[in-house]
Write a protein of this length. Structure first.
Length: 275
């Protein structure tokens, strides 16, 4: 075999390896980015989410939506006299996998900055409008907005509107319902808004550590440090960027991974601008 043919074959093998690296790393990154079961290092934001997508994304495949006829059968509590939590599924129902509740948030109601040390949490807005702050990122959440807040991250929300808001909250794993039961006041889920007064804040703060919760004063609502990506993910990301750069220099189309990330950032920016 002459030297020219050997170089030609070697170049072909190299080009094939570049394409293989590009395809594999891009596919893995896309899977990590869009997989609802993947553990995110920061919050996630989705808009225009319907009920079936909410169920699939949060992984609560056994969820059965309450009807107007059955809603009054669920357990409800006023959370320190501000919001009403109605438990649709608790750890007893789900084998400890998750807790699901509907939150009724009246105007000026909400939750102060706090951190969950045990549970990851999903917020799915069904009615009204809520203003969130996830770490240092403001979000204006309207019906169809789905937000993921991993444990160990600061978040807060408030209803700044004139109408009540409602959302479905999912905590994984279960257990948070015991905190709400301890600090809350039992109420019917269909009663008008008649919260007990005054709210018992000392009781809230005293119970929180038992359930891995930390409440922060507003001035301390600083971003929680985000864990560094794993070594494998870092290597994959670097390889993907190298492959994308090579493809760009060859005047080929931009990868789906880059397009997806750009679209996601634009959505976050649009929501943040409207907050």
């Amino acid at each position: 075999m002459d030297q020219g043919l050997r170089k030609y074959i070697s170049l072909g093998i190299f080009q094939s390896m570049k394409s293989a690296v590009f395809c594999v790393t891009s596919s893995l990154l896309v899977a990590l980015a869009i997989s609802p079961k993947a553990e995110a290092h920061g919050f996630r934001l989705l808009t225009g989410v319907d009920r079936s997508t909410f169920i699939e994304t949060t992984g609560i495949d056994d969820f059965v939506a309450p009807t107007p006829e059955t809603f009054s059968n669920y357990e409800s509590v006023w959370v320190v006299g501000v919001d009403r939590a109605t438990f649709i599924a608790t750890g007893k129902d789900t084998g400890g996998r998750y807790t699901l509740a509907e939150f009724y948030v009246p105007p000026q109601g909400g939750a102060p900055p706090h951190i969950h040390r045990r549970e990851n949490e999903w917020f799915y807005i069904t009615d009204g409008e809520l203003s969130f702050k996830m770490d240092n990122q403001p979000i204006n959440a309207t019906p169809g907005t789905l937000i993921y807040s991993p444990k160990d991250h600061t978040h807060t929300f408030i209803n700044l509107g004139t109408e009540p808001a409602k959302m479905l909250n999912v905590w994984l794993p279960s257990g948070i319902e015991e905190f709400f039961r301890e600090i809350g006041d039992p109420v019917s889920p269909i009663d008008p808004f008649t919260p007990p007064l005054p709210p018992n804040i000392p009781k809230l703060l005293a119970a929180a550590p038992k359930y891995g919760l930390e409440f922060l004063p507003p001035e301390d609502n600083n971003p929680t440090p985000v864990p560094e990506p794993s070594g494998l993910l870092g290597m994959l990301t670097f390889a993907a960027f190298v492959a994308i750069s090579i493809r760009k220099r060859q005047h080929k189309s931009v990868s789906n991974t880059e397009l997806m990330d750009t679209t996601y950032l634009k959505k976050v920016a649009e929501v943040a601008d409207g907050a």
